[in-house]
Design a protein around this ligand. Structure first.
Ligand SMILES: [Zn+2]
Length: 446
């Protein structure tokens, strides 16, 4: 049994001051008034939050941070960024994929992330030839997460074409599946990895660009969580309307993929009726604000922002800061609406801070198939201590400090299933993981 004693605990019922959190066998067995148990880990000046959940990640993209944020000449947009992203993706061997993924997951752990949803679409060698083990790269990515000690839901991506009526480009050969059955077979082969309780599997239908209607319908047989990139760019909507006569969300719904296990990633450009479709199904949106800004995608409009459950992801890893992703849900909403208090529940003093932190934790956990119960008895002991003994936190109430001011550097202790992964702001293997990744990181603009 481990008894953790922070100044304040963020629970589903609100902030509790002067309480301890009692952990045993990976679960929370008590949230009790201080003094009831001897303290094992005293955390003065900290607020304890539920573990942060990064619901949308492409870990390998950490390799080119800083080398794709601008272009020396010519115009640049999502599509030209994508060409350069492919060049990096095709340069990574299995060791590189694992090492760069471990670096991304290390950075996440240090920033308070206890669970990542990895939207995994690197499957084969760069020319499209399968590895001797066809699941080599999926296993490498999972190994990277377990090496760091965070939970992973591997969202195994289905990817079949370059666009409506277009074969895959040569630089997309690495992502290719031959049939929907191949995708479901891969998920079946990966099932034994779930014997580690930190590992879960999900399905990602890459996008309506990458899959036609017959593929989407066949993939609806998957009984678990389903994620898809949806309406990230206007050109994607236009191509979809030309091919199907309906929006990407409507195409996914028609195929049977929009249900309460479905997460639409981005939804930056929803079309008429899309929010109704998602709301009626109990689906949610994963918003990736720092990436959407970096790529020039745009901002989530007001209607889905107000009507759908929202979780967050760091996607391309231009930054890894779930506090920032979560607060952008409100701040970008203010910019879009031209007013303040966009997501604040009526009449709840801590309501907005609590809601933003929920988006970065419980709602993300639900998107990845978990309970998302937060810091409560019976829930997994995924916990993050945020140090409020900072000049910037002076005079700021704990929840408001965590939601509106905190940065990853304020995280100093992280537990996953009751196991300490980060202690005093450090991970025991951080130098080794950084050294292993270094040769695989981009050295120049790509
Ligand atoms: Zn993505």
């Amino acid at each position: 049994m481990t008894v953790i004693a922070p100044d304040a605990v963020c629970t589903p019922q609100g902030l509790k001051i002067g309480h301890t959190v009692v952990v045993e066998d990976g679960s929370i067995i008590g949230v009790d008034p201080a003094g009831r148990h001897p303290v094992d880990v005293a955390l003065p000046g900290r607020v304890l939050l539920p573990g942060l959940v990064n619901a949308h990640s492409h870990a390998f993209q950490r390799a080119f941070r800083g080398h794709v944020q601008w272009r020396a000449a010519g115009s640049d947009d999502f599509w030209s960024w994508r060409d350069r992203m492919y060049a990096v993706a095709n340069g990574l061997d299995p060791e590189g994929v694992q090492a760069v993924s471990a670096l991304a997951f290390l950075e996440m752990a240090l920033a308070g992330v206890t669970h990542v949803g990895e939207f995994h679409y690197l499957h084969h060698q760069a020319d499209g030839t399968p590895y001797a083990d066809p699941d080599e790269l999926a296993k490498r990515v999972i190994a990277a997460a377990t090496e760091v000690g965070i939970r992973i839901t591997l969202l195994r991506v289905a990817y079949a074409r370059g666009g409506p009526g277009a074969a895959l480009r040569p630089d997309q050969a690495r992502f290719a599946d031959c049939s929907p059955a191949d995708v479901l077979d891969a998920l079946a082969r990966l099932q034994p990895l779930q014997s580690d309780p930190r590992v879960r599997l999900g399905l990602a239908a890459h996008s309506v660009r990458a899959l036609d209607a017959s593929w989407l319908a066949a993939l609806s047989a998957w009984p678990g969580v389903v994620h898809a990139h949806v309406s990230e760019q206007p050109a994607e909507n236009e191509a979809c309307l030309a091919e199907h006569g309906r929006s990407p969300t409507a195409v996914l719904e028609h195929a049977g993929l929009v249900h309460d296990r479905f997460t639409a990633v981005h939804l930056t450009w929803p079309l008429q009726g899309d929010v109704d479709r998602l709301a009626a199904a109990g689906a949610r949106v994963c918003v990736c604000p720092t990436t959407e800004q970096d790529l020039g995608d745009g901002w989530l409009p007001m209607e889905p922002r107000l009507r759908l459950p929202l979780c967050v992801g760091s996607d391309s890893h231009a930054r890894i800061d779930l506090f920032e992703e979560a607060r952008c849900l409100e701040l970008h909403g203010r910019a879009v609406a031209g007013r303040r208090n966009v997501l604040a529940p009526e009449g709840e003093p801590d309501g907005l801070a609590h809601r933003l932190l929920q988006s970065a934790s419980a709602e993300g956990a639900r998107a990845l198939g978990g309970a998302g119960g937060g810091i409560a008895v019976g829930q997994p002991a995924d916990l993050v201590a945020v140090d409020l003994r900072r000049t910037a936190a002076d005079g700021v109430p704990p929840l408001q400090a965590a939601a509106f001011v905190a940065t990853p550097e304020w995280v100093d202790h992280v537990w996953v299933a009751g196991r300490a992964v980060v202690v005093d702001g450090a991970h025991p293997r951080q130098e080794e993981i950084r050294r292993a990744a270094a040769p695989h990181l981009s050295r120049a603009a790509v």
